[in-house]
Design a protein around this ligand. Structure first.
Ligand code: AMP
Length: 502
């Protein structure tokens, strides 16, 4: 009997004496040593009564042990449930109450905050620090024997990842062994990963990007990872000469471009830079190419589906687009229940082996977003251009309806971003007594630049239909973003909610 995800990702490490993880202090963890950590973590979890199908929740800082726990949970047929370390007591109470894990592993500093939460929902609380200490690490050290891998089939759950909940309560996306493995296999091939690769891994491992796209693909290919606790541009510049591939969110790339010593010679040996999780501005794509001679490959995915589209490895990587549907993934753009053709904006739907099994304990939400015939309604607005490249226009819920007219925020943001001195912008709809919603713009100035809201609004007049023109504009020091670099429009809507009150 087999455990399909474990066999593909982790079993090959058993005999591997070559490096798997290269840490920031220069320490190296070989494949074999990592397999040993998995064995210990699996033994500790079993001892605590974790059975196949049980959830294991993990709210810890990124560390090699955190990744080994993922391998251990998969090995024992349980369900891995990573949570953002930024979540506070009330949020954790919701996640733990909703998912009822057998075990919750947290940072020692959170022990006091989470003890009542674990108690209330019947979870055993354990601790693990980024340096590898804590009660769970102690338990692990008592288990050095062999690893008994529990058989698992394609449909069995491997993980639950909560959505970032930018438009409501977070939902637990149930991901099967097949969902994860099929996507990793597709990306490994498409992006030509091999065991000669060294992936610079500076993403968090509680999110689909760092955990599944980056780690699963590297593990499947037998590649090495330069495994960093977080993204520090200066440190990354120092380490890039050892890497062959980097995956990042757009902010990684803008921060690298801000460093004068990030140049063509530094990355001449790199074979691939991948970006995703938030839109990469065409301007960043072009600036990166001008500086390095390399074109960032942008792809699009989400918690519920892993990856859906990618720009080509060979062939044109088109700035401002997320490329083509992955092999085996079908994509359609829908308007009023009908699929529309090139150039028309609508809601993106996807279907394929990557699409999740539904939302944990939320059958109604599942029915609303996942059709019985397998199409998942992503909630993203997009269109395909005449050559088939997919463009993401924004979230359907961010669409502004003002006086009965639809405004796609991205169209206005693109014009604002072109204004000299503007670093970035976010356009939102705010309650308005007359129009229902009014277009409102938030902008951030480039370093040293001063923005004049009235002059900017004037400059938009000849370029946009009147109903699309912002009825207000403010300049902020920075846009609110989450850990993956996504602009938190819900937060902006809350902050400026009363802007047009009469
Ligand atoms: P998450 O579930 O946290 O991974 O967020 C998924 C959402 O991020 C998608 O539904 C998109 O709205 C957005 N997203 C991911 N990749 C891209 C991209 N390359 N361009 C634009 N938006 C993206």
């Amino acid at each position: 009997m087999t455990n399909i995800l474990f066999d593909a990702l982790f079993d090959p490490l058993r005999e591997k004496s070559t490096p798997l993880l290269i840490l920031q202090d220069g320490r190296i963890i070989s494949g074999q040593a990592f397999y040993g950590m998995i064995t210990q973590a699996a033994g500790a979890l079993r001892e605590m009564g974790v059975n196949p199908g049980d959830r294991v929740a993990v709210q810890v800082d990124k560390s090699p042990t955190a990744l080994a726990i993922y391998g251990a949970v998969v090995a024992i047929g349980a369900v891995f449930l990573p949570l953002n370390p930024a979540y506070q007591a009330e949020e954790m109470d919701y996640f733990i109450g909703n998912s009822t894990p057998r075990v919750l592993i947290c940072d020692p500093a959170k022990n006091g905050m989470l003890a009542p939460v674990a108690d209330a929902h019947g979870a055993v609380l354990q601790t693990l620090a980024a340096d590898g200490s804590g009660s769970f690490a102690q338990r692990m050290s008592g288990h050095s024997g062999g690893l008994t891998v529990v058989p698992r089939q394609g449909d069995d759950l491997a993980a639950i990842l909560y959505t970032s909940g930018t438009t409501g309560r977070s939902k637990g996306a149930m991901l099967s062994h097949d969902n994860l493995l099929s996507n990793a296999q597709t990306l490994e091939q498409l992006w030509r990963f091999t065991d000669a690769d060294v992936l610079l891994h500076a993403l968090p491992v509680f999110h689909t990007h760092g955990l599944f796209v980056a780690s699963n693909v590297a593990l499947l290919a037998g590649a090495q990872m330069i495994y960093l606790p977080g993204f520090d541009a200066a440190q990354v510049v120092g380490l890039l000469p050892q890497a062959t591939v980097m995956m990042g969110v757009p902010t990684f790339y803008t921060r690298l471009l801000a460093l004068p010593n990030f140049d063509r010679a530094l990355v001449a040996h790199m074979r691939l830079f991948v970006s995703g999780s938030a839109p990469l501005l065409a301007e960043t794509h072009h600036a990166f190419e001008a500086r390095t001679g390399q074109k960032i490959l942008e792809r699009y995915g989400m918690t519920e589906t892993n990856m859906n589209t990618s720009n080509p490895y060979d062939g044109e990587r088109r700035a401002g687009t997320v490329g083509f549907p992955l092999p085996g993934v079908a994509l359609q753009v829908m308007q009023d229940g009908q699929a529309v053709g090139p150039g028309e904006v609508g809601v993106i739907e996807v279907r394929g082996p990557n699409v999740f099994q539904g939302y944990w304990q939320m059958p109604e939400k599942t029915r609303e977003e996942l059709r019985a015939d397998g199409w998942f309604i992503t909630g993203d607005l997009g269109m395909r251009d005449a050559d088939g490249y997919v463009h993401i226009v924004g979230r359907a819920k961010d669409l502004i309806i003002t006086g009965g007219y639809n405004v796609y925020p991205k169209e206005v943001e693109m014009l604002l971003d072109d204004v000299p001195g503007v670093l970035e912008s976010a356009v939102i709809g705010l309650p308005h007594p007359d129009f229902g919603e009014a277009v409102f713009a938030v902008m951030v100035a480039q370093k040293g630049a001063t923005l004049e809201p009235a002059a900017i609004l004037d400059s938009l007049r000849p370029r946009l239909a009147r109903f699309k023109q912002p009825k207000g504009l403010v300049v902020l020091d920075a846009l609110p973003r989450n850990a993956m670099g996504k602009v938190q429009k819900a937060e902006l809507r809350k902050t400026f909610a009363r802007q047009f009150d009469t």
